[in-house]
Design a protein. Structure first.
Length: 221
């Protein structure tokens, strides 16, 4: 059974999530502020964390950064009322894998949890020119030099490389990488693409990920 830590200060939301997830077969631990969340994380082994953005004693973003420094691969999903591109980017850049906006559908949350807990093949390595992506180790190298990407940058790069040679529209990306299936400002994708390109630091003639103006992106060798 998968273990989930919920860090949420609203009693009603906590009880709703705990009961629902336990009925789905998950083992759930509750924490009502940032300090409790950090203590629970240090004392137990979890498969995923649901983390409220606004918490007493320590914000969700601060807690996320601390957890990410201690455990690089643990999936973290933010529960938040914030929905601007800037705030979304802030949460994802600080280590979150995904976020869901309050009020949310419980069924949608369960699907997002399943996506984050999905197993990855131990031997799967993706290639794009000099770029190698090891899915098990969660690493990216360019010409054998390791590149440090955030979790969402890594997910976005993997998505484009897995669909190499196919134009990926912004709508497809926001649905498949962010798991958002409603009207949403897809400008957040461009912010992450700019960060990925800067970190990959490819030569001018190494245009492996191309922008299709007004449509999306395509990865090509």
């Amino acid at each position: 059974m998968k273990r989930i830590l919920i860090v949420e200060d609203e009693e009603g939301i906590m009880q709703f999530l705990k009961q629902g997830l336990e009925e789905e077969g998950y083992l759930v631990t509750s924490a009502y502020d940032g300090e409790q969340g950090l203590s629970a994380f240090k004392e137990n082994k979890f498969d995923l964390i649901l983390l409220d953005w606004m918490l007493p004693k320590m914000t969700g973003v601060e807690l996320c950064k601390l957890i990410r420094n201690l455990q690089a691969k643990l999936p973290i999903i933010f529960l938040t009322a914030k929905d601007t591109v800037e705030e979304t980017v802030e949460g994802l850049k600080n280590g979150a894998n995904d976020y869901i906006k309050k009020p949310f559908s419980f069924d949608e949350l369960v699907e997002r949890i399943k996506v984050q807990l999905r197993d990855v093949s131990d031997s799967e390595v993706l290639e794009l020119g000099p770029i190698l992506i090891n899915l098990q180790k969660h690493t990216v190298t360019v010409d054998q030099q390791e590149v440090s990407l955030t979790h969402k940058e890594f997910d976005l790069l993997c998505y484009l490389v897995k669909n190499k040679g196919v134009v990926c529209t912004r709508t497809q990306i926001i649905q498949d990488v962010w798991n958002i299936h409603f009207e949403y400002d897809t400008g957040v994708i461009d912010v992450f693409m700019n960060a990925i390109r800067k970190k990959l630091n490819l030569k001018v003639d190494q245009d492996y990920i191309k922008t299709i103006r007004g449509v999306g992106y395509i990865a090509k060798d």
